[in-house]
Design a protein around this ligand. Structure first.
Ligand code: FPP
Length: 246
């Protein structure tokens, strides 16, 4: 068992991102419908958020709904949207208590009005919180994010707001949904799949990756500790040599 004391608080990922996967398979294992897995998954969301706040992780981003997820059966999409609304209503108190600011990335205009409204309300009510930023990726796709950034930059070039020569990594960063977030340091994916699935492709350029077979509804504090301990054992060289880092 890993104890909280074993985690070096001076070497935490500044930005942790999680691909929460395996809700459907978890439900199937229990002989239940997929919605049951999503419902259970919200418990893991709450525990993970509270644990990250307790540890002192400043930014947590959760892949809650991808652009591709719109292609799931309508019943499942409705279930996920209703769970989102229910969780937002229920967890506002927890967010305030833990001084967590809610943020969201993705093409939010595609969300049903009720979910969009609830989301904006909680974002607004928590906007002064400083301890941690919790970002929900909703209707999010990294390629769509890049296309939208490129279109905006092109518009600005066309209107002489920026020059083509000035386009650099900083300018691109400024036009992404994640413009107010640091790069991802650690990316966790649950459920044994070793894929990125169109999540934060630009932002994970130098992230450490951690894959676990645990299905998202079974993901507990211990699994998070395990991922962080693994992260802390790694040497992050950012293209330099080991000697240069030391
Ligand atoms: C992946 O499992 C999970 C999702 C598509 C959605 C994640 C949603 C939640 C954890 C619940 C609601 C979240 C919030 C923030 C309120 P899957 O369905 O792809 O599982 P499978 O690969 O086993 O089928």
């Amino acid at each position: 068992m890993i104890l909280e004391e074993q985690i070096n608080k001076d070497n935490l990922p500044k930005h942790l991102a999680i691909i929460m996967d395996g809700n459907g398979r978890w439900a199937k294992q229990q002989g239940m419908i997929r919605a049951f897995g999503h419902e259970k998954g919200t418990k893991s969301v709450r525990e993970t958020v509270e644990c990250c706040a307790k540890l002192g992780i400043e930014n947590l981003t959760l892949y809650a709904f991808s652009t591709e997820n719109w292609n799931r059966p309508k019943l499942e999409v409705d279930t996920l949207m209703n769970l989102l609304i229910k969780s937002l209503k229920k967890e506002l108190k927890t967010l305030q208590k833990n001084e967590i600011r809610l943020n969201s990335i993705g093409n939010l205009s595609l969300l049903p009005t009720s979910a969009h409204k609830e989301l904006l309300e909680v974002i607004n009510k928590t906007k002064e919180n400083k301890r941690m930023t919790l970002t929900l990726a909703l209707s999010y796709g990294s390629r769509e994010e890049l296309v939208s950034a490129i279109k905006t930059i092109c518009d600005k070039v066309k209107n002489n707001i920026i020059s083509p020569e000035s386009i650099d990594e900083t300018i691109i960063n400024q036009h992404l949904y994640t413009h107010n977030l640091p790069d991802v340091d650690l990316l966790i994916r649950t459920s044994g799949e070793h894929r990125i699935s169109n999540f934060l492709l630009w932002q994970i350029a130098y992230a450490e990756l951690f894959f676990t077979d645990v299905l998202w509804p079974d993901f507990r504090e211990q699994h998070l500790y395990e991922a962080i301990i693994s992260y802390q054992k790694r040497e992050r060289r950012f293209g330099k040599t080991s000697e240069q880092i030391k």
